[in-house]
Design a protein around this ligand. Structure first.
Ligand SMILES: NC(=O)c1ccc[n+]([C@@H]2O[C@H](COP(=O)([O-])OP(=O)(O)OC[C@H]3O[C@@H](n4cnc5c(N)ncnc54)[C@H](O)[C@@H]3O)[C@@H](O)[C@H]2O)c1
Length: 421
């Protein structure tokens, strides 16, 4: 198949390289000249495990271009441009509508436009109106990949949602994936259901995180241990253990914007999504309560305390600090200086936090002589603390429940605290 992917980002590039590896001819379009120059020189402009290698082994099937007329032979056009959060919480659709207008002159009869960008219900109807061609089908095909596991998720998806009333379009996309992916994973819905599936899925996962954080608060007051509670709950196959890790709340480029967009779109339909609204607010407030705990700890140790923070990215495995709760926590610690380290996110974090932080080169450098160590991202690298000997009184606030509790509690000179205990 001749396939065009519009938008060469965290979704577009793994999708393009994955489809090229199935043997299709893929043209990737991006309007960011800097990014395009990197791509055309044979390099991936973002970090995703295995992506560069997958590209290199399939580069004869992939081209990169900034010229939309290069899509004119495409039978399938995948839209993968950004849909960031607007100030009012809604999804900003300017990029997706611009892309629809730009592809319109080059669509051949029988072409399929499939939207992978996360878009509110009804957006694909609007894309269809923009394209205004009865010989072109517009399909909703939301993307569920996780940053850090994008290629694994491309080749082993839990499901592929194909939202369309056109059997012809459904069959063509089904045949694209069916030889490579278990056919029962391919789910056919109408377009509006597909659009809602994406938002409902992300809001559900975000709610699960917020739920266990509230249970953690209860555990702290009631003399229970949230990790045991999560394990006990998660053993129930109806519940599952994933996304039940208590901590400082969710962040990143998807959950915050998608929960807000879902609440906003429900409001437009006159529907109150109380659970989602509570999750958004509770998750936001949590980072300030965490900062408050750290401030109290500093007060009790003394204002000369050396404070070391481990973790800046919104989760481990990425350099992404967008809506990272760690960043907001740090901004609300009333102490100067703060020493910080993150294995990947220092550059991005320094653009947001500026020079108020002393950026250290390693875990070791960061925690040297620290009176208080705070863990804000669950990087496996920070497990190194389990084998450190602390020669002076040190308070360790493990706010991702990362370290082995027994090891840490048996250490001399260490006061070890975690979430939900
Ligand atoms: N990142 C994720 O983990 C993830 C997962 C699932 C779904 N999504 C959704 O997928 C969409 C894309 O997300 P992303 O993280 O890949 O975004 P991104 O910002 O990494 O990439 C988007 C790309 O689109 C390009 N672009 C914008 N307008 C264009 C146009 N008119 N023509 C050509 N290129 C254009 C930008 O230059 C950019 O390179 C969003 O709706 C997002 O919510 C993202």
């Amino acid at each position: 198949m001749n396939i065009a992917v519009i938008g060469s980002g965290y979704v577009g590039l793994p999708t393009a390289c994955g489809l090229a590896s199935f043997g299709h001819n893929v043209i990737c379009i991006d309007n960011n000249e800097q990014k395009l120059a990197v791509l055309q020189s044979g390099h991936m402009p973002l970090f995703e495990q295995g992506l560069q290698e997958l590209y290199e082994s399939n580069n004869s099937n992939i081209r990169f271009s900034g010229d939309m007329s290069d899509i004119q032979n495409a039978e399938l056009i995948i839209l993968a441009v950004g849909t960031p959060m607007s100030d009012d919480g809604s999804a900003n659709l300017q990029y997706i509508y611009a892309a629809a207008n730009e592809i319109k002159p080059y669509l051949q009869n029988g072409a399929i436009v499939a939207t992978k960008s996360t878009v509110p219900v009804g957006t694909n109807d609007e894309i269809e109106r923009i394209i205004d061609n009865p010989n072109v089908d517009v399909v909703s095909m939301p993307e569920f990949l996780r940053e850090g596991y994008a290629l694994y998720d491309f080749f082993h998806p839990d499901r592929i949602i194909i939202g369309t009333d056109s059997m012809d379009a459904f069959n063509k996309i089904y045949n694209l994936y069916a030889p490579h992916i278990a056919p029962e994973k391919i789910i056919h819905t109408n377009r509006r259901s597909a659009e809602i599936i994406k938002y409902a899925s992300n809001a559900f996962l975000a709610t699960k995180i917020h739920f266990i954080n509230e249970i953690a608060d209860l555990c702290e007051q009631a003399g229970a241990n949230v990790d045991d509670v999560a394990n006990g709950m998660g053993a129930d196959s109806r519940i599952g253990r994933k996304f039940l890790n208590a901590g400082i709340g969710y962040g990143g480029s998807c959950f915050p914007k998608d929960t807000n967009a879902l609440a906003y779109m429900a409001g437009k339909y006159g529907v109150q999504l109380g659970i989602v609204s509570t999750t958004i607010q509770g998750n936001y407030d949590r980072r300030f309560r965490i900062a408050e705990r750290i401030n109290e700890q500093i007060k009790s140790v003394g204002q000369n305390a050396r404070v070391a923070v481990l973790g800046l990215a919104f989760k481990n495995g990425t350099d992404d600090v967008r809506y990272s709760p760690a960043i907001d926590v740090i901004k609300n610690i009333h102490h100067n200086p703060i020493y910080a380290y993150d294995p990947q996110a220092m550059k991005n974090a320094s653009q947001v936090l500026g020079d108020n932080i002393v950026y250290e080169k390693s875990v070791h450098e960061c925690i040297k002589n620290a009176d208080i160590i705070v863990i804000l991202t669950e990087w496996p690298d920070f497990k190194e603390l389990e084998s450190v000997t602390f020669g002076r009184p040190t308070v360790i606030l493990d706010y991702r429940n990362l370290l082995d509790e027994n090891i840490m509690q048996s250490k001399e000179n260490v006061t070890y605290k975690r979430i939900g205990k």
